[in-house]
Design a protein around this ligand. Structure first.
Ligand SMILES: Nc1ncnc2c1ncn2[C@@H]1O[C@H](COP(=O)(O)OP(=O)(O)OP(=O)(O)O)[C@@H](O)[C@H]1O
Length: 424
């Protein structure tokens, strides 16, 4: 089939990356349709919301490129599958990552099915900086199976798996956010920006008169709401926003060193490990190192590199493996060396995985990392391949706890020595 017969639905957000992605697909000769997803209803909000402005920008991109434009609402799906999960995670004392969950459920599930079933698309595309092991042409040859009815047959269908690979621009690489998407979705996805750098993408946009998207601010980076329609929180107060959905849970800030109460807070869900805690009346910076949801205590330490912030062991939930479920090496040896990160753009850390019966893994780092955080995703890499990810559920002891243990042990040994009767 000629390129002109290939139909691609490109997710267009109103930002520069997806605008250039759509433009490149158009230049390759495909029939491109731009789709804007609305994931949040501004009516739910009292403050200003940028969703409508983004939709307008996405529409202008499609006009400029002379491609059809569709808007689709996933407000209900986002609420049920992303936002409620986020609130639940906060209540459990974890710090969720809605961007990863949103990609899994909204872009690479609902949007994928909408594109295939309603728009008759042969493939979908996004402006993510990532690559796969398939060429465009191979993507078009992949069979799209409707939502699995014949689960059994699908599961045992023999086919070569598709790998998720880091984008060429390692600084912009977004595989971290894609680490929970399904093999089925990946097989039908094109990432037109995978081989490009951000600066080159901006250059293309400016050469093609996409000035309105160039003028926009980059996706907001107010952790943890980096994108997907909940960006407006960045402009407003995150604490105020969460307190509209979660009951305040007053508790104490407690020093990890001497267990002294240092102040009070309105809820453990307003704090994440590693973050600076504002303690009224105290000079110097204190940092959150741990939480106890059963008592409401938030433990703090008096420096940003305090040993209570460093750990080298964590456990995930059942890992989602993108290509091999789970990697043959891990099954054979029950352990595997690879790299890991739990925050976008942090340097990759060498680690060893140990597989558990339930599909979860223990991750042992070669050296302790700062502020490992339950609720965040541990994303695994081998070379430039993103293998998949698991949610961090448990942490091993901190360096501070280990030091205390050793001190106690030494103290006991010394006491034992002191207690020993002189030989004479
Ligand atoms: N509301 C949306 N509607 C349609 N597609 C979206 C939407 N939000 C994100 N996307 C898709 O997901 C991709 C990654 O989005 P994200 O906001 O994480 O990154 P970005 O680099 O800021 O992208 P962009 O510059 O295109 O906004 C976008 O390039 C786009 O293809």
């Amino acid at each position: 089939m000629l390129a002109a017969g290939r139909r691609v639905a490109c997710a267009v957000s109103g930002g520069v990356d997806s605008a250039v992605a759509a433009l490149l697909l158009r230049r390759r000769g495909y029939q491109v349709t731009g789709v804007f997803m609305k994931n949040w209803d501004p009516l739910d909000e009292q403050g200003a919301c940028s969703v409508d402005r983004d939709c307008e920008d996405a529409y202008r991109v499609c006009q400029k490129l002379d491609i059809p434009f569709h808007q689709v609402s996933y407000v209900k799906e986002y609420w049920n599958e992303v936002f409620s999960d986020l609130l639940k995670e906060y209540e459990l004392g974890r710090t969720p990552n809605p961007d990863i969950v949103c990609n899994k459920h909204i872009k690479f599930n609902h949007f994928l099915h909408y594109a295939m079933d309603n728009l008759g698309a042969d493939a979908i595309a996004t402006g993510h900086y990532a690559r796969t092991s398939l060429e465009d042409e191979e993507v078009f040859q992949q069979k799209h199976t409707k939502r699995p009815r014949e689960l059994f047959r699908n599961r045992f269908e023999v086919r070569n798996t598709v790998k998720l690979l880091q984008g060429a621009d390692l600084f912009k690489d977004q595989t971290f956010f894609l680490s929970q998407i399904s093999q089925d979705a990946l097989r039908k996805t094109i990432f037109p920006l995978g081989d490009l750098t951000k600066s080159f993408v901006r250059k293309i946009a400016s050469e093609h008169g996409l000035h309105h998207v160039l003028k926009k601010k980059e996706a907001c980076t107010t952790f943890p709401f980096q994108s997907m329609g909940v960006c407006f929180i960045g402009e407003r107060n995150f604490e105020k926003f969460l307190l509209e959905y979660l009951e305040p849970q007053p508790g104490n800030f407690v020093s990890i060193e001497d267990k002294k109460v240092m102040g009070t807070h309105k809820g453990w869900f307003l704090y994440t490990i590693g973050q600076r805690a504002r303690l009224a009346g105290l000079q110097g910076a204190w940092f959150v190192v741990d939480k106890d949801v059963s008592t409401g205590d938030i433990f703090v330490a008096p420096s940003t590199d305090h040993p209570a912030l460093f750990r080298d062991l964590l456990r995930t939930n059942r890992v989602h493996w993108i290509a091999e479920e789970p990697p043959a090496e891990l099954v054979r040896d029950k352990m595997m060396e690879c790299h890991f990160r739990f925050r976008h753009q942090m340097a990759l850390v060498p680690c060893v995985l140990t597989l558990n019966q339930d599909g979860s893994v223990w991750v042992t780092l070669v050296k302790p990392a700062r502020a490992l955080t339950p609720g965040q995703f541990a994303v695994f890499y081998k070379g430039d391949e993103c293998l998949g990810s698991g949610k961090i559920l448990r942490l091993g002891p901190s360096v501070f706890t280990m030091q205390q243990g050793r001190n106690r042990e030494e103290g006991t040994k010394k006491e034992d020595i002191d207690k020993v009767e002189p030989a004479t």
